[in-house]
Ligand binder design. Structure first.
Ligand code: ATP
Ligand code: MG
Ligand code: MG
Ligand code: MG
Length: 575
């Protein structure tokens, strides 16, 4: 590809709302352009990366025996009513009406559609097992789209669904898919961990998530370095030793606060440093209304709000996290910032224990006995964010398998495999005739990969101050030829064109930077875009018969410095 016939649009600065390095670099390198909240155009350069990820996923799916199809993105409500999910899926589902006022959704996932395919097509055990997959845009109206394509509303997913005549067959395919996922993420050059996940409301029997390890990840995972134990924190919590949950409450500090206490007062009294992160301090407050459970939301030097979690009764199992460990990063509308006076008599902070299920308190605020006062949900509080770090497990806790202690780390969920069992097939009457001619509900598995999220995750793991450093399998181009003075120098043009033609003939994806730009601009772009190999062709070198080669990232044991190679040997050296 010649740069002059392609579309490269890089910028020096990233928009200020981009927080994550991957989001910044994707915008700066011109991989994506924002259309609206959680909606992105994949620009030509970004699309090349996305397609390469897709290609690896597709290859491994095919190798695992999955069969590709493509289902409609828009799905009729009736299907979702069969499984009851039309009512319970919640606001993540984008519901739409057609001209006849019939209800549809833009598919957030495809269990219902594929189960409909299966019940129409599969009649006999002889047709099982079968595993279908597609690579398709999903839409989920995320409560807070953020980090670019990392948590978008429209995003590309590979979703596979398998159907079986027995649980054993399901377990077998599950393992094949698990192994295929391991190959996908390894081939894509990602450092990742598979963790056991909660099977939750759907009630399947086994589930694993694949997480790309990154401090910027939204998920917490717990693992034991001395054994195979690894789980997402929700599951680790569920099996956390009971002793931890029933530990006696212990008062660490008790402070009297004057009337109209500000955030600074509270922080000073509790000796809590005020940082830019939002802190959520849960405590018991004795005031005129009796003893109340409250959470104080602090950000910077502002008190954001006081959240009344309710009267003490009914919260006997509610313990408080060490406030230093609670970081609830959430979005607060700017108009809401500012010191809010607090009328408290006493704040008692009980530390050293985490909240058993803060999410139940905060998210379940509309349940009886749960109260949130003065908080506008959706505006001030975002359910998943508030609970982000409030956990019942901590680094150093005993591992549930008894083999050592747990470590916590952050991850980005890029894949999820799930043994669903027969929940959907029963609800939708997806049956087959077994060997004895008896009608049975099919066993089912589902398997997702966040194809577009992988692109951002890879950048989180592979970048430096100059830009992206693509793993070879994902790079938009394998090599860039920076031709200095291409339009002015016949010598440069000839040398660059010849090398370009030879490398293309050898089957490589090469970008020839033939733009009329200063060398500094071309180098900076090549580094920002993250092309693994670079060759510089200029008049100065060509006079001695040489060109310059530089890898984007130094190979192990090598300096990564630019090195001169003779033009005559170039193709052989590079390939
Ligand atoms: P998350 O916990 O991050 O919200 P999920 O568990 O809701 O993800 P799944 O239903 O398991 O997602 O979907 C399969 C995969 O799709 C996920 O593992 C993830 O990689 C990807 N994915 C889910 N939501 C998004 C999103 N909003 N933007 C980009 N990718 C997503
Ligand atoms: Mg989700
Ligand atoms: Mg998840
Ligand atoms: Mg998931």
């Amino acid at each position: 590809m010649r740069a002059t016939r392609f579309f490269i649009s890089t910028t020096k600065e990233a928009p200020s709302e981009a927080e994550l390095v991957s989001h910044k670099l994707m915008l700066r390198a011109g991989l994506i352009k924002r259309l609206g909240s959680g909606l992105y155009t994949w620009m030509p350069l970004g699309l090349r990366v996305l397609r390469r990820v897709e290609a690896v996923v597709r290859e491994e799916m095919n190798r695992a025996g999955a069969i590709e199809l493509l289902m409609p993105a828009v799905q009729p409500a009736e299907l979702w009513e069969e499984t009851g999910r039309w009512a319970v899926f919640g606001p993540q589902m984008l519901k739409i009406k057609d001209r006849h006022q019939r209800d549809f959704c833009f598919g957030p996932t495809h269990e219902e559609v594929i189960t409909d395919v299966a019940r129409r097509e599969i009649k006999s055990y002889r047709q099982l097992p079968v595993n279908f997959y597609q690579i398709q845009m999903k839409f989920r109206d995320e409560i807070r789209p953020r980090f670019g394509v990392m948590r978008a509303r429209e995003f590309l997913m590979k979703d596979a669904y398998s159907f079986h005549a027995s649980k054993a067959s399901l377990a077998e395919t599950y393992q094949i898919m698990y192994d295929a996922y391991t190959r996908v993420f390894s081939r894509l050059g990602l450092t990742f961990r598979a963790v056991a996940a909660d099977t939750g409301a759907i009630g399947g029997s086994a589930s694993h998530e694949f997480h790309v390890l990154a401090d910027s990840g939204e998920d917490l995972i717990a693992y034991c370095p001395d054994s195979d134990y690894a789980a997402n924190v929700e599951l680790a919590e569920a099996v956390a030793p009971a002793t931890q949950r029933t530990a006696p409450q212990e008062t660490l500090r008790e402070v009297e606060t004057p009337k109209q206490t500000t955030c600074e007062d509270v922080a000073a009294l509790l000796d809590i440093p005020l940082t830019r992160t939002v802190k959520l301090i849960a405590g018991m407050v004795k005031g005129s209304a009796g003893e109340q459970m409250v959470a104080l939301l602090l950000r910077g030097d502002h008190m954001l709000n006081e959240v009344k979690l309710g009267k003490l009764e009914g919260f006997s199992d509610f313990r408080l996290a060490n406030e230093a460990e609670i970081r609830a990063v959430f979005n607060c509308s700017p108009g809401f910032l500012g010191p809010v006076g607090l009328d408290l008599a006493k704040i008692r902070v009980i530390a050293d224990h985490t909240v058993a299920a803060m999410s139940d308190f905060v998210c379940g605020a509309n349940k009886p006995k749960y109260h949130l006062a003065g908080v506008n949900f959706g505006r001030d509080l975002q359910e998943p964010d508030v609970v982000a770090d409030i956990r019942n497990v901590a680094s150093g806790d005993p591992s549930p398998d008894g083999q050592g202690t747990l470590q916590l780390c952050r991850g980005i969920e890029v894949g999820h495999v799930f043994q669903l069992g027969s929940t959907y097939s029963q609800a939708m009457n997806a049956t087959y005739l077994d060997e004895a001619g008896k009608s049975q509900a099919m066993e089912m598995g589902c398997y997702g990969i966040g194809v577009s999220r992988i692109v951002a995750s890879a950048i989180e793991q592979h970048h430096d101050e100059k830009g992206i450093i693509w793993p070879a399998t994902m790079a938009p181009f394998w090599l860039v030829i920076v031709a200095i003075g291409y339009g002015k120098s016949e010598m440069v043009r000839q040398a660059a064109d010849t090398l370009y033609a030879e490398l293309i003939a050898a089957g490589h994806d090469v970008l020839l930077d033939d733009r009329d730009e200063r060398p500094g601009v071309m180098f900076a772009d090549a580094e920002l875009i993250g092309i693994p190999h670079r060759v510089t062709v200029g008049e100065r070198g060509l006079k001695d018969g040489v060109i310059e080669y530089q890898p984007r990232r130094a190979a192990p044991g090598q300096s990564g410095e630019a090195q001169k190679i003779t033009l005559a040997d170039a193709t052989e050296f590079l390939t």
